[in-house]
Structure formats: C-alpha cells, structure tokens
Design a protein. Structure first.
Length: 568
C-alpha cells in the first residue's frame, strides 16, 4: 500500500521467531505440570495431616485456645519491642540484674583474674580454699536447704574424698589405661539396673547428671525412630510437669514437643490426652516418678499400656525418685508400679547423686535392651586421629567421680538405703500431716495431689504464696518457689530429716504473721496481697512472670543471671 513501509523479510522472520517461539515438546509440558501438581499435592497432604493431628490431639476448642494463646504471646512480644517500651523494659531488667549482682558478686573479696606470676605454696592455697568454703551461704549443713545436698554426713564425705583422690587423673575414655574405673562404672550401672528390676539383656550407661541422662534417652528414641521407621520430624509427648531437661532435649535435637495437662486433684498427666496426641511422628512418651514440681508420680501403668499398644518407647524419669522409689514397698509406704516390670517402660533415668548419696556429677540412664542403648553412641570410623567412639555426649569424663559413686553405693548398701527411705519419706509424710491437720496451716495451705515420695508441694488458699516464700527465706530457709500454679515445694533430704519440726514451726509462724498482715490491710481498706500485688524477691520473678503472656523479659533476666555466674 502506498505510504506504508514494509519490514525487510529477514528482519520480519527474526521478529516472528522471537515473538512466537517454537512450541515446546508436549511431553515436557505435561511432565512439568505433573511434577508441580505432585509437589503441591504432598504439600497439601502434609499440612492437612498436621491440621488433623492438631484437631485430634487438642480438639476444636483446644486448638482455638492454643492459637489464641500463641497470637497473644506474639502480639505482646511485638509490643515489648516498641521503641519506648523496649527502652523502659531494658532499664528495669538492668536494674534487677544490678541488684542481683550485689548479692552474687561481693565486692569485698580479692579477685584473681590472671595467673599468678609464681605458683602459690600449698599452705597459701589451703588458706584461700578455706576462705572460699566459708563464704556466706545457705545453711545446708543445718538442713535449711530443700534438695541440693542429699546426704552430707562426715564419714561418707571423707570416704568419697579418699576415693576421688585415688582416681584423680582417671578418664573412662581410656579403659585400657584405667581398668579399675571401667570395672566400677560397669558395676554401678549393673547395680542400678538390678534395683529397677531390669530384664535379661538390659543395659545402661553412667552420665554426669539427670539432664545428661534425659538428653541421651531422648536422643536414643529419636535415632531409633529414624533408623527403624524413617521418622524425620520427631515429636515427643510430655506431662507439663516433666523436667525441663526434656524441653532442652527438644531444642537441642529438634524434637517437637506436645505438652499435656496434669489437672487437679491428682496432678498426674492426663493419659487420654496423651493418647490423642500420638501420631506417626511420635518417638517418645514420658512419665515422671516423681516429677520435680509437685512430687507426684504419673500413672506409669496406664502410660505403659498405651506405649505397648502404640509401639512407642516410654521413658520414666526417676532422677528425683532415684534410690527411694525402689524401697517404698519394703519401707512400708504406699507405692505404685513404675519400673521395668511394666512391659511398656523402655528407658529410665536415675540420679545416683541424689538419694544414692554419690557426689554431684553422677547419674545413670537405663534401657530395656542393649540395642536401644546403641542409639545414644557416637562412632566416627574415618577421623584422621583414629577410630573414635564414645557412649554419650561427653568424651573425656572424670573417673574420680565414678570411683566416689561406686564407693558410696558399696558403703551404704541395701540396708542403708532402706533406712534412709524410712527416715526421709517418713519425715515428708509427717510434715504433710502437719499441714493437713494443724492450724493455721490446715486452713491456709493446700498440698498438691498425693505425693508418695520425698517432695511435697503446697499452695496458699487466701495468702500470697510468694510472700510466704520470702518470709521463710528471711528465716534462713532455702525453699523452691513454683509457678503454674504458684506454690512452694520442699525436697526432703537427710539433713532436713533432723530439723523438719523446726521447719514446720517456722512455716506456722510465717503463715500466722502473713494472716495478721492481711487482717491489718483489710481493716485499713488496702488491696489484699493474695492477688498479684507482690514485691518480694520471689515475686519479682514468679509473680510478675506469671502475669506476662510473653516471657521474653524473664528470659532476659535469666540470661543476665547466667552471665553473673561467670563474672569473676
């Protein structure tokens, strides 16, 4: 057409080839589309399964409540990060840590921050050690501390020190160099296995403490599920009262945790809710015998039946019950099944450094089968330093502590542990009877559940329990404040056995004094301190923490405390 320019043929063809590419292979298009659909299908299946598991485990209302709680916690976290709020919160945290520092890091002592130019004489070292040993501390020697020191008698301490001295340089990682330590460690594990009625073929290992034992049991369960069932997203189900070491294991080993309520009046884990939460990713069920907060033994028999039915390992945390639980029957106290006699129990943690009276740094983890124990092992056959194998997380370990543990078990013996059970559990029961039957304790305090062993927890009906904790601290007692619900617990030990009546008398006096303060406040028309209006040291942490939907402030305080532990 006139006036219309025409594109050269060669350019037009090039243009058309760019604008209209040659159609792809139809088979490639179909394959790509199919792959995309498959990926989407598995993504949808995965999240649908998770939603169904959530609804099955928590129910519709429980799921909604959990989502609300999570949303509230996250929203409050954002609120705490607002510029003005963050500055004010940081200021208050710093003030609290500075106050804590004055108590933890005294300024009137000589500090040693570098190596001495010349080594001290032995006499100089002994003198400084004596000074450090006599620093102001809670009076555990007089029985004023809940838990912490479980025996402390001079004769046993002296023998433990002697055993330690004979094996100061011993390291179990070299069994050929220190055969005596290898023998003692194996015998300690065998003795504890026997105590818990382990079947033929059972196995165990010694560890550095209850947390170490629990970590290894969780690790073994995770590895077993991966090796035998291909589980790559492991989950475990805990009573909300289970020791926090299980939560640490969840964080360390990437095991998702489901918490199950332990409702009143029993404060045992709700086994029906445990059952509802089980799915194909579940690698471990957990029960306590007893738990740390309230001293309550979960229904291990019911958990065992559930574990057998679902073919899932069950771990019983008996770290605190240790050498008391196996002797309850013989001592004439009520008991309940908890050990390897229950078919579903596959592992148990037991602290020999608690009621086994061994020095701190001793515990055991026990397994129903030797094959289960192998899942906690670490073996590296290709390291340039040679083939490396260790039974647990630690490599080098103090053989001296194993020797002192072995000496303790051999010295106390079955008769000694039976006698200790009679004394310790007997004192705890007498103290519990005093709270239940003797005014003013009976009208103001309430024992949580039915504790059968050495730990007894109580809360206040009309008073603020943290005020009671602070008042007991002022009288020299070092007790344990709890939360959810607010309470105090006492772990009875051999030192406390001798002074439990004074403990009860002081508690009565404190409760009466707090009641009088409440009466005065009522007359003056002031707000009752039975609520959250609390100002003592215990309330500074627990009273405030309990009212916060987001615990990041408490986490910062705890991290500050840990930092102070390493401030020279």
């Amino acid at each position: 057409m006139p006036g219309t320019s025409r594109m050269p043929v060669s350019l037009r063809e090039s243009f058309n080839s760019v604008k209209r590419p040659r159609p792809s292979n139809p088979l490639q298009v179909v394959s790509l589309e199919l792959l995309r659909n498959i990926v989407f299908f598995f993504f949808l299946l995965r999240w649908t399964r998770r939603v169904l598991w959530k609804l099955k485990g928590r129910g519709l209302l429980g799921t909604i409540a959990e989502l609300y709680s999570d949303a509230r916690r996250i929203s409050y976290g954002y609120f705490l990060r607002l510029p003005g709020v963050r500055t004010q919160v940081r200021k208050q945290i710093d003030e609290a840590i500075a106050k804590l520092e004055t108590k933890m890091v005294p300024g009137n002592t000589t500090r040693y921050l570098t190596l001495p130019k010349e080594g001290w004489t032995e006499d100089a070292v002994r003198k400084e050690l004596e000074t450090l040993a006599n620093m102001d501390h809670a009076r555990w020697e007089d029985g004023f501390v809940s838990g912490a020191v479980y025996h402390g008698e001079e004769d046993l301490l002296r023998l433990q020190t002697e055993a330690y001295g004979k094996f100061t340089v011993a390291n179990p990682i070299h069994p050929d160099v220190f055969p005596g330590v290898r023998k003692m460690e194996a015998e300690v594990v065998a003795m504890v296995l026997s105590l818990f009625n382990a079947p033929p073929g059972a196995a165990g290992a010694s560890t550095s403490g209850g947390t170490d034992s629990i970590l290894l049991a969780c690790l073994a369960a995770r590895q077993k599920a991966y090796a035998e069932r291909g589980v790559t997203e492991p989950e475990m189900i805990l009573p909300e009262t289970a020791h926090t070491a299980f939560r640490k294991a969840g964080e360390y080993f990437k095991i998702k945790i489901h918490y199950v309520a332990c409702p009143a009046p029993t404060h045992q884990v709700d086994v029906r809710r445990v059952s509802r939460l089980i799915n194909s990713n579940t690698v471990l069920l957990v029960g306590s015998a007893p738990n740390f907060p309230h001293g309550i033994i979960d229904d291990i028999s019911a958990l065992s039946k559930l574990a057998v039915k679902k073919r899932i390992p069950l771990h019983v945390d008996c770290c605190l019950g240790s050498f008391l639980m196996p002797f309850l029957d013989k001592a004439g106290f009520p008991s309940t099944p908890f050990d390897f006699r229950l078919r579903g129990v596959t592992s148990i943690s037991c602290d020999t450094h608690k009621y086994g009276f061994a020095p701190k740094g001793n515990s055991t983890v026990l397994y129903r089968t030797q094959s289960l124990r192998t899942y906690q092992y670490f073996v590296d056959p290709s390291w340039s330093g040679g083939v490396y194998a260790s039974p647990g997380i630690a490599g080098s370990r103090p053989g001296a502590l194993i020797a002192a543990c072995w000496a303790s078990l051999m010295t106390v013996g079955e008769a000694g542990y039976l006698s200790a059970c009679e004394q310790i559990v007997g004192a705890a029961k007498k103290f519990g009877d005093r709270i239940r039957d003797h005014p003013p304790l009976a009208s103001e305090l309430e024992i949580l559940g039915d504790p059968l062993v050495s730990v007894l927890a109580f809360r206040a009906r009309n008073l603020n329990i943290y005020d009671i904790a602070d008042a007991m601290s002022a009288r020299g007692w070092h007790l344990n404040a709890l939360q959810n619900p607010p309470a105090i617990h006492i772990a009875f030990t051999m030192p406390i056995v001798k002074v439990w009546e004074r403990l009860a008398a002081d508690l009565e006096a404190v409760v009466e004094a707090e009641r009088e303060k409440e009466r005065v406040r009522a007359v003056e028309g002031k707000k009752s301190r039975a609520g959250k209006d609390v100002t003592g040291d215990a309330a500074a942490l627990y009273g405030v923490a309990g009212s916060l939907p987001n615990k990041s402030v408490v986490v910062d305080l705890a991290k500050g405390f840990l930092d102070l532990c390493y401030k020279a």
